[in-house]
Design a protein around this ligand. Structure first.
Ligand code: PHE
Length: 470
């Protein structure tokens, strides 16, 4: 397989700022090519936003009380990245590092859609929307509205498709469909159907658009994947490959100085001099560190805007969503401030499980982030109860929530560039001997794949320069 590798060996010394996915990937690839890397990590452990929480972990935020995670044995919660698309380079690293993967259920017809105060199964929402859209287009076609646009033959072909797309009746009308699901599924008898669908007006008024099209995206389409045992398997294996002893934790960078023949980095605990530097900190954090790389670099680093993002993990002592709702993995989409509910795509039928009770961004994330952990949980439970009823509060064992904009040394879920302009391209090139990397420097923001691709880009440039220098 075409695993990435720098061509030719080199022996330069590189200091890498940040031991998140970008920093670890840079160190891993440089290490394979013979470089001597040191990683400076301000947090207590490597991984950055690739954070999996387990019993015994402790989570602190910039303000507010620390949270002790009390999950049971084997229970975990991916507080950061949670899903990987098959085309992403992240899977290549899983393979290369020997990390087993399993399916992440991103689209589950049995999960719910909760919009405008109504809850229905995703399969029901889809069947109704597709059914009525098909009926309308069939009507328009038969009224001659498409006569100028397409030939009679093509109209016939279109009608043939619409019949299937909407599961239309003989008059090309949507009359409901078994696709909607059942109250009682067929067995030795034909099953008990749901009530008939609402009118077209009612179905449109339900506003299910976003909820039933999320997985149409090239980055969200099924199947998606996750490492077995937690997303931080990627961090664990990269760290092992790089060498734990190369990572200095608790090492907050306080100054970056470009020298004629190298780079000097001052951090809490010491000073390090190297031939090159790869800076992978979030841009809004980097922008605040004194340096002599020029005002243009500072201005560019200040351009991307941090985006708030939050999640809560709710641990239950009973997998009622599997036992009672028959939901095995997947996502319930809502128009509530929790936005999504994720059900675990692993360890089905085990005793315990963690539901993601909210995964929100921007203003909803800021709202939850400003609450105490207890109030976040209370609010998440109140919202989830609107969908799942009273059982959402029962059998709850523990919870832990994260507000990424309040995480020390990270301070954001990800960033948004107002425009992918000259600031973006400036930082994709080195400033002297300092290279920048991170998902924030790619068109794969908020994906580990972005961090990895960016790291590859930076070390490729660095290596070419080293090979060419006398
Ligand atoms: N990667 C994150 C997720 O899967 C955030 C994201 C969502 C990024 C949608 C791009 C598109 O939820």
């Amino acid at each position: 397989p075409g695993d990435f590798a720098l061509r030719g060996k080199a022996a330069a010394k590189v200091v890498i700022l940040g031991a998140g996915v970008a920093g670890l990937t840079a160190a891993y690839e440089l290490g394979k090519a013979g470089y001597d890397c040191t990683l400076l990590e301000a947090r207590e452990k490597a991984g950055g936003r690739n954070l999996t929480l387990r019993g015994g972990d402790r989570l602190t935020e910039l303000t507010g009380p620390a949270q002790e995670v009390t999950f049971g044995e084997g229970v975990y919660f991916n507080a950061g990245p949670g899903r990987i698309a098959p085309w992403m380079v992240t899977l290549d690293y899983c393979r290369e590092l020997g990390i087993p993967i399993e399916t992440f259920v991103n689209n589950n017809a049995s999960a719910y859609v909760h919009t405008n105060g109504q809850t229905r199964r995703a399969r029901t929402a889809r069947a109704d929307m597709y059914g009525y859209v098909a009926e309308l287009l069939a009507k328009a076609t038969n009224l001659g509205a498409l006569d100028k646009a397409i030939t009679r033959d093509d109209q016939e072909r279109l009608l043939e498709f619409l019949r299937r797309f909407g599961d239309l009746g003989p008059k090309l009308e949507y009359e409901g469909s078994p696709r909607r699901g059942f109250v009682k599924y067929p067995a030795i008898n034909r099953g008990t159907p749901l009530d008939a669908p609402g009118t077209l007006r009612q179905v449109l008024a339900a506003g299910t658009g976003r909820a039933i099209t999320n997985d149409f995206g090239y980055d969200q389409a099924t199947p998606m994947f996750q490492p077995v045992g937690g997303m931080d398997m990627i961090v664990t294996k990269l760290t092992e490959a790089v060498g734990q002893d190369r990572i200095i934790t608790g090492a907050k960078v306080t100054k970056i100085t470009a020298l004629d023949d190298g780079v000097e980095v001052v951090y809490d605990g010491g000073t390090i001099k190297a031939d090159y530097c790869v800076a992978t900190l979030p841009p809004h954090i980097l922008a605040k560190i004194p340096h002599n790389l020029g005002a243009e670099v500072t201005a560019a680093l200040k351009t991307p805007v941090p985006v708030a993002a939050g999640k809560i993990g709710l641990e239950y002592g009973r997998r009622w969503w599997e036992l009672e709702d028959r939901i095995y993995g997947g996502v319930t989409e809502t128009d509530l401030d929790i936005t999504h509910i994720w059900y675990p795509s692993h360890d089905y039928h085990s005793d315990r499980g963690v539901i993601v009770g909210y995964y929100n961004t921007e203003r909803h994330a800021e709202l939850y982030g400003a609450l105490t952990p207890e109030d976040r949980r209370r609010r998440a439970l109140t919202q989830g109860k609107k969908i799942h009823g009273e059982k959402y509060r029962q059998n709850l064992l523990s919870s832990v929530s994260i507000a990424w904009e309040r995480q020390p040394h990270i301070q954001g879920g990800w960033v948004r560039w107002p425009a992918f302009d000259s600031s973006f391209t400036l930082l994709q090139r080195p400033a002297g001997r300092v290279y920048f990397a991170g998902d924030w420097l790619t068109h794969l923001i908020a994906w580990q794949a972005g961090a990895m691709e960016s790291a590859r880009g930076a070390v490729t440039q660095l290596h070419q320069r080293v090979l060419q220098s006398p």
